[in-house]
Design a protein. Structure first.
Length: 134
């Protein structure tokens, strides 16, 4: 048996973007949306000099797999993403790949628990890639 859960009302990319913005806001950064950055150092000059960093990325995998066992469910969350951090002033881009696989044993597995586990993996991925930005 296979259940499918859909990210609604926002798609996954919007959710990841909102999570990154929230994380950086809490670190004291002022957030401005940027569209169309191609992750190349040469293109950083096209953006405002008031920007310290431009952050973008590619979400390669974000999945949950649940294996039902007697009286428990083994849940595996996998996250793989590549984050690009462009330093506007230095005109330099750093690539930070992150890959996380978390396994949890759950007595009862519900959609609300799925959401919590996916959120935990995403938060850890963002923390690993962006925690040292100042």
């Amino acid at each position: 048996q296979k259940d499918t859960y859909v990210s609604y009302p926002d798609d996954v990319a919007k959710t990841v973007t909102a999570s990154v913005e929230d994380f950086l806001s809490k670190k004291g950064f002022r957030i401005a949306g940027v569209k169309g950055w191609d992750y190349r150092p040469e293109s950083l000059a096209a953006y405002s000099e008031n920007m310290k960093y431009i952050v973008g990325g590619v979400l390669e995998k974000f999945s949950c797999r649940a294996r039902k066992k007697p009286a428990r469910t083994i849940v595996t969350i996998a996250l793989k993403m590549r984050v690009y951090i462009g330093d506007r002033r230095l005109e330099k881009v750093v690539t930070r790949p992150v890959e996380i696989e978390m396994e949890r044993t759950e007595l009862s597995f519900r959609p609300s628990r799925l959401e919590a586990l996916m959120s935990e993996a995403l938060t850890e991925g963002i923390r690993r890639t962006l925690a040292d930005l100042e």
